[in-house]
Design a protein around this ligand. Structure first.
Ligand SMILES: NC(=O)c1ccc[n+]([C@@H]2O[C@H](COP(=O)([O-])OP(=O)(O)OC[C@H]3O[C@@H](n4cnc5c(N)ncnc54)[C@H](OP(=O)(O)O)[C@@H]3O)[C@@H](O)[C@H]2O)c1
Length: 261
């Protein structure tokens, strides 16, 4: 069944924008939220009439609460909330800028929690709805070069799993999207910081388009069951291997010792 109204945090670019476009094309009234007005304006131009945009930084819990409360008054309670706001800054743990250590935790993990806390009372009062959080394959297993990012994304999985069980009696469904590498502005920026060993390890990894990720999410939303949404056949196989054959995964994902400077 199509969703009536969706709030998409991080919906001005990349995966979030592709999700917003798919939803809008299916007749959902979409509100995209992110920090930059320029990006929001560009997103609105793509989403067409009927879409809305609001500026908010998901790291600011009060601001997220205020924008959600205001939007509920202006456009109504959403029956779908998607948050994709987040970023990856790869690098060795001892070399990561401190601002990115706190920045990834604040955006990826706390930002997700702030959004869920802001929307949950409204969904609960309305009798239900769906919340989609965004993790990553790097949230299903730890990747070298991604210590802090993997921690935030594993945190998103844990948070979403607990919320799913807690909010079920309210009629609130929770899904967690775990994309593989996806060609987005954020991924291009991430690539600028990848250590050579990470780039080499990724050589055989297939990269998806944001539209492929959005299609996988929309298909998962149509199904009654399901929690982890892993777009792409290779990634689904990887997710199964991570769960059932951890020793194989550990061997495959080791950082090559002979390359250490
Ligand atoms: N692309 C990949 O390969 C990949 C793989 C696995 C998981 N993911 C995850 O998927 C999500 C989306 O990634 P993407 O590649 O589509 O990113 P992207 O191209 O950089 O887009 C990120 C979106 O989030 C918004 N955003 C970022 N920080 C925000 C903040 N503090 N508050 C509000 N909005 C914020 C951005 O707009 P503003 O900058 O204007 O705020 C933009 O709309 C992220 O959580 C990422 O970790 C991505």
């Amino acid at each position: 069944m199509a969703h009536r109204r969706a709030f998409v945090f991080g919906g001005s670019e990349g995966i979030g924008l592709a999700v917003a476009e798919r939803l809008a094309a299916g007749g959902t009234e979409v509100v995209v939220l992110s920090r930059s007005q320029d990006r929001l304006d560009a997103a609105l131009a793509r989403l067409g009439a009927g879409a809305h945009a609001r500026r908010v930084d998901v790291t600011d819990a009060d601001a997220v609460g205020q924008v959600v409360d205001a939007l509920v008054g202006e456009v109504g309670v959403p029956d779908l909330v998607v948050t994709t706001a987040g970023y990856a800054r790869p690098g060795w743990l001892d070399e990561l800028p401190a601002a990115d250590v706190t920045g990834m935790v604040a955006t990826n993990l706390l930002g997700t929690i702030h959004v869920a806390r802001a929307v949950l009372p409204h969904l609960r009062a309305a009798g239900g709805g769906t919340i989609v959080t965004t993790s990553s394959i790097a949230g299903l297993t730890g990747l070298f070069g991604y210590t802090v990012y993997s921690a935030t994304k594993a945190g998103v999985v844990g948070f979403s799993e607990a919320l799913r069980r807690e909010a079920r009696p309210y009629g609130v469904r929770v899904l967690v999207l775990c994309p593989p590498n996806t060609l987005t502005p954020g991924f291009e920026e991430e690539n600028r910081h990848k250590p050579a060993e990470v780039l080499a390890a990724e050589e055989s990894v297939r990269t998806l388009t944001p539209e492929q990720v959005a299609d996988a999410l929309v298909a998962a939303l149509r199904r009654r069951r399901g929690f982890l949404v892993v777009p792409g056949r290779d990634s689904r196989l990887a997710a199964l291997t991570i769960r059932h054959l951890p020793a194989v995964v550990d061997r495959a994902l080791r950082r090559p010792a002979d390359q250490i400077r």
